[in-house]
Design a protein around this ligand. Structure first.
Ligand code: PGA
Length: 265
């Protein structure tokens, strides 16, 4: 496959309520564009702290970043990574854990030292303790220079579900929305249940990242993308908080951009 495109190749984004929005012709192009932003970040600052996400959307980003790494365009040897979240009760060696996902899609294929890849540990019996440990690490090494986000069908970022309560402690335990558990059931086998609880970085921690790039692809995300970018800022749509961030970019394919108001002027 093609290595990540040069991010500068892509037309400049437009601004929607303070957020830079870039619409690419296809999901693959959007994924390559986001991977190119990460490769550029690593060239600018080799010891970058990268904020990473899981789910269906980032898979193509990691594929493109691995390709860029193999092409000599992305050196992760001095980088450090922090993931947004993990399922409570799934230890890092559990095949459905986000730790396993990250090894499968990225960590096993690039030169990131394993000791500099961080996720909340879903296997610790007292999840609140795991959250505190993770948050202390993030406060020490963070914030992320560049944070990757997806967006849930309900507007969540990380596992900060609609109507979330502010969590002054940063990383914390949350109960997943039924809609999130249903959306994620596709990653679990027959007879397996999606955990009810997760450990997630708070929206406040996410907003501390120096730059944020949210990727959404596909028509199913079009309505929530429009709500997040054009609607009021509120916890009923956690992704709408991006409107408050000084350096947030939303990368979309045409389908995910399908319900945005037409460009004026
Ligand atoms: P998805 O999840 O990429 O699997 O749609 C996005 C999210 O929940 O943030």
């Amino acid at each position: 496959m093609r290595a990540a495109a040069n991010a500068a190749d892509v037309a400049e984004g437009r601004f929607v309520q303070g957020v830079c929005v870039k619409v690419l012709p296809s999901a693959a192009a959007a994924e390559r564009h986001v991977a190119a932003l990460f490769a550029e970040q690593l060239r600018r600052k080799p010891d970058s702290v990268l904020g990473l996400a899981t789910g269906g959307t980032p898979v193509g980003v990691y594929r493109a970043l691995v390709a860029a790494h193999r092409a000599g365009e992305a050196d992760l040897g001095r980088a450090r990574t922090f993931n947004l979240d993990e399922y409570a009760g799934l230890a890092p060696d559990h095949p459905q854990s986000y730790a396993a996902y990250m090894r499968q899609h990225l960590f096993d294929h690039v030169n990131l030292p394993p000791e500099r890849t961080h996720l909340p540990d879903g296997g610790v019996a007292d999840a609140a303790v795991a959250c505190r440990l993770y948050d202390a690490l993030y406060r020490h090494y963070g914030p992320a220079d560049l944070q990757l986000l997806g967006i849930g069908l309900n507007g969540h970022i990380g596992f900060n579900e609609p109507g979330f309560a502010p969590a002054p402690g940063g990383t914390h335990v949350v109960r997943l929305d039924e809609s999130t558990r249903q959306a994620n059931a596709r990653f679990f086998g027959a007879g397996e249940t999606v955990p009810e609880y997760a450990l997630t970085m708070s929206a406040g921690r996410i907003m501390q990242a120096r730059s944020i790039v949210l990727l959404a692809t596909g028509a199913a995300k079009a309505a929530i993308v429009a709500r997040a970018l054009e609607g009021p800022i509120g916890t009923d749509c956690p992704a709408s908080l991006l409107q408050l961030h000084p350096d947030a970019t939303v990368v979309l394919d045409r389908e995910a951009a399908g319900e945005l108001a037409p460009e004026r002027g």
